[in-house]
Design a protein around this ligand. Structure first.
Ligand code: HEM
Length: 800
């Protein structure tokens, strides 16, 4: 019986999902069933919330000058959790549906990765439906030698899933590796920006960082000559910010319109799908030689920056000019720079080619191993901050991605550090499925009108819809922000979030107005930039100066780096088949520097052609050389993580080998005993030494230096081994330090390695020949490794 105190008038409306009376109080009770009932509270609460919103007071804020200061959206507090729910039956708990207690305002899909981490220790195999599998060896057959039964749902599920394991690779940057870590801001930058990572002194923001090559396919080699991607996803408490940069601060083209052309030109040629992960072919050089704005980038691409020694030893750049915006809405321009603490180092081209064969995963392995070993890679973030007025006075346009802002014009100010301290659990789930996007910015960061950046804002989200199979890839755990996500986007393939309630639109009163717009103080607003002029396809005049900064880069390189650039052009253009293309490239270089053009032309066997037409209406600008553009300006502070081979054979001076090994470990390096074959060998005192890797499995290109301890028998054995001689020769040719102790010097003599540099000075990278003590030889060896390479040794062609 209904209670005497409460009315059941209109209870039928509570118990229905359609229509209701136009007036009259809500019932006090819905009758005998299920008291106390959330259904009453839900209906009464909904009516009350709706009544509190007789109109939409936010509307005037959309009009005219008021639109510059968007208000917070109209909303009211739901009087009871049931009011915003989909169903009052949500209180019926189960292991599947959850605790039966809704958490209003919470999106559980943004919780940490722990919520999806799976460990199968001690567990039996199951199907995807959780059914334990009794036999994982045999399919179900009609008799032991009979056909397989259609009903074998276990086999079919397993094979079906396997059949669909692959997803499309990224259209560019398909090959890459990634790690988790954090960004730590040194000091709050609230004067400059309200962006969350810079909000407080010492604030840490979790990050996921992916490094990549651009042109090669997912399975291509790591050490191809190419630009490297350097993409950082900041999981800030105000949403994800992706700084999707490269290891080179400029780009090939000035307008997004040309990106598909650039990529089609550099990718394997479409008729025969060759070459893999290489720009050394006709279509690439055909395109860039007809695009003089590429000239500056070509010089960077032909430098050793395009064959980095390690992801950990390369700089990163945001490339475009961005804006920083503070809480008062004031904005400045900004360029982002990452500088590695481990120094900025490259490989030799011959070394890169040999690594490609010996260990195509060289950079992936290097990053993984350093993090596993606790040698966490670290970069410092620097900002170049400048005003619009400053930018207008520059002789180049800050919206032109083929230009840098020289440090001499705007200094780089260090503001924080990036530390990578955790490898992913699963390559596919994290590294492959991560989706970076230049459109992911947070309050405090804004775009500029750089026409390359503007096109990128569209491209990433668009491509990821097909790469990751639909519109919901932001819910994939690695992509989900740690900030809460609340909006009215719904449905689509593979939707994971289960939104409570019936409201999926805004404005609303049935959900108390929620989720409501945040308004200017909390929400993202774009800098209101005045725009005037004709709607037009074209470029500003300053974009036409294609050579002044290319010359700045060239003149800022050390003589060694200049030689490497010439050699790289020679290599790439030699592989080109069409002579006119080679000549066009050199005609671009003739606008940059005579020695450069002559060096390249000479290597290709033709005279320097007339310079390509210079279309700039403005006079060229002369810059002072900028030392920061040379890789040599970023030496390593120590030899941590450097890989050192110690060549051993039966009869090696064991005490020496062990002391050397210990000293290198002490210095943070990674020594390995390398011998003709694996196994235990006896040292000169008959004590065991355990060879860790053979010269065959770990050839010279994989090490930063080699040491050969004393030992007559060992030297005699090594002298007879062609692999060993080749090993030492490559170490010399790749300008790496060689420590040869005692009679081991015979190996150097046999190969023809001189102890002096071509200019007659002693080679600082050939250590131990003077018979110095092991201690001082080791110290000299370590100091030579720290230099990275002994470039003074180089001759073209190589001496040995
Ligand atoms: C209009 C010019 C550009 C377009 C249209 C474009 C487009 C793309 C596309 C479609 C992807 C694959 C994304 C995915 O499947 O997840 C990609 C990846 C990438 N792009 Fe661009 N890109 C452009 C210019 C640039 C520039 C100038 C840079 C450097 C500043 C850059 C850096 C990267 C990086 C680092 C990745 C790899 C991200 C990752 O690690 O997953 N791109 N780009």
């Amino acid at each position: 019986m209904p209670s005497k105190k409460t009315s059941t008038e209109n209870a039928g409306t509570v118990l229905s999902t359609i229509a209701g009376p136009s007036s009259g109080p809500p019932p006090g009770s819905k009758g005998p069933a299920a008291l106390p009932s959330d259904l009453l509270k839900k209906i009464a609460g909904t009516a009350s919330m709706s009544e509190q919103m007789p109109d939409n007071p936010a509307k005037p804020g959309e009009i005219g000058a008021a639109a510059y200061d968007p208000p917070v959206g109209n909303h009211v507090e739901p009087p009871h959790p049931a009011v915003t729910g989909s169903t009052v039956s949500e209180r019926n708990a189960s292991d599947k549906v959850g605790a039966g207690k809704s958490v209003p305002g919470n999106n559980a899909t943004t919780e940490s990765l722990d919520r999806v981490r799976v460990d199968s220790g001690g567990q039996v195999l199951t199907t995807n439906q959780g059914v334990p599998i009794a036999d994982n060896q045999n399919s179900l057959k009609a008799s032991l030698r009979g056909p397989t039964a259609m009903e074998d749902f276990i086999l079919r599920e397993k094979i079906t899933h396997f059949d669909h394991e692959r997803i499309p690779e990224r259209v560019v940057h398909a090959r890459g590796s990634a790690a988790h870590g954090y960004f730590e801001c040194y000091k709050a930058l609230t004067q400059l920006t309200r962006a969350a990572p810079f909000a407080e002194d010492g604030k840490r923001t979790p990050v996921f960082v992916r490094f990549s090559t651009v042109a090669g396919e997912r399975g291509s080699t790591d050490t191809a000559r190419d630009v490297r991607g350097f993409a950082v996803k900041f999981y800030t408490d105000e949403g994800n910010w992706d700084l999707v940069g490269n290891n080179i601060p400029i780009f090939f083209i000035q307008d997004a319109m040309k990106f598909p052309d650039l990529v089609h030109a550099v990718k394997p040629e479409p008729h025969f799908a060759m070459p893999q992960a290489s720009s050394a072919h006709d279509t690439y050089w055909d395109f860039v030689s007809l695009m003089p704005e590429s000239t500056h980038m070509l010089l960077w691409q032909m430098s050793d920056r395009a064959i980095p020694r390690s992801y950990r030893m390369m700089q990163g750049f945001g490339v475009h000019t961005f804006r920083l915006v503070n809480a008062a809405g004031e904005s400045v321009f900004c360029k982002f720079h990452w500088t590695p603490l481990a120094g900025t180092h490259g490989l030799a081209w011959d070394e890169a080619v040999k690594i490609s064969g010996a260990d195509p995963d060289f950079h992936r392995r290097d990053l993984w191993e350093a993090i596993e070993a606790g040698a966490y890679p670290e970069w410092e973030l620097g900002l170049q901050v400048f005003s619009e007025e400053q930018a207008e006075a520059f002789e180049f346009d800050v919206l032109d991605a083929t230009k840098i802002v020289p440090e001499e014009l705007v200094p780089i100010v260090p503001v924080g550090r990036l530390v990578l301290n955790r490898n992913p659990d699963n390559f596919f789930a994290e590294t492959e499925q991560v989706a970076f996007c230049t459109a992911h910015i947070v309050p405090g960061i804004d775009f500029t009108n750089d026409p390359l950046l503007q096109g990128r804002i569209h491209s990433y989200l668009d491509t990821q819809i097909s790469r990751l199979g639909g519109a919901n890839f932001h819910e994939i755990p690695i992509n989900a922000p740690i900030a809460q996500v609340h909006n009215n986007q719904r449905d689509g393939m593979h939707r994971q979030a289960i939104a409570r309630g019936r409201v999926s639109y805004e404005p609303n009163s049935l959900g108390g107005g929620c989720p409501f717009q945040a308004g200017r103080m909390q929400g993202f607003t774009s800098v209101p930039e005045p725009i005037a002029g004709d709607k037009v396809r074209g470029k500003p005049e300053k974009f036409a100066d294609h050579y002044s900064q290319a010359r700045l880069f060239w003149q800022s390189q050390s003589p060694t780096e200049q030689k490497h650039i010439i050699k790289a052009f020679r290599f790439e253009l030699t592989r080109v088949q069409t002579q006119a293309i080679r000549q066009r490239v050199v005609s671009l270089l003739a606008n940059v520097d005579d020695e450069l053009a002559q060096g390249v032309a000479q290597g290709l066997g033709f005279p320097v052609p007339p310079p390509a037409p210079n279309i700039s209406p403005l006079p060229p600008h002369t810059y002072e050389p900028s030392p920061g553009l040379s890789m040599m300006s970023y030496p390593a502070p120590d030899i941590r993580t450097r890989r050192i081979a110690i060549l051993v054979a039966p009869g090696t001076d064991g005490a020496m080998a062990r002391a050397l090994y210990g000293a290198l470990v002490e210095a943070g390096a990674v020594p390995r005993l390398v011998g003709p074959m694996l196994g235990e060998i006896a040292d000169d005192k008959g004590k065991p030494l355990h060879v860790e890797i053979s010269v065959e499995a770990g050839p010279a290109a994989l090490y930063d230096a080699v040491a050969i301890p004393n030992g007559s028998d060992a030297t005699a054995t090594l002298l007879k081994d062609g692999h060993v001689l080749e090993f030492i020769k490559d170490q010399y040719r790749h300008c790496k330090p060689i420590l040869a102790l005692g009679v081991a010097s015979a190996l150097l003599e046999k190969i023809g390695i001189p102890p002096a540099l071509p200019d007659g000075e002693p080679d600082p990278g050939i250590v131990g020949l003077a018979g110095e003590s092991l201690e001082s030889a080791t110290a000299a060896f370590i100091s030579a490794i720290r230099q990275h390479k002994i470039f003074e040794r180089e001759t073209d062609p190589p001496l040995v």
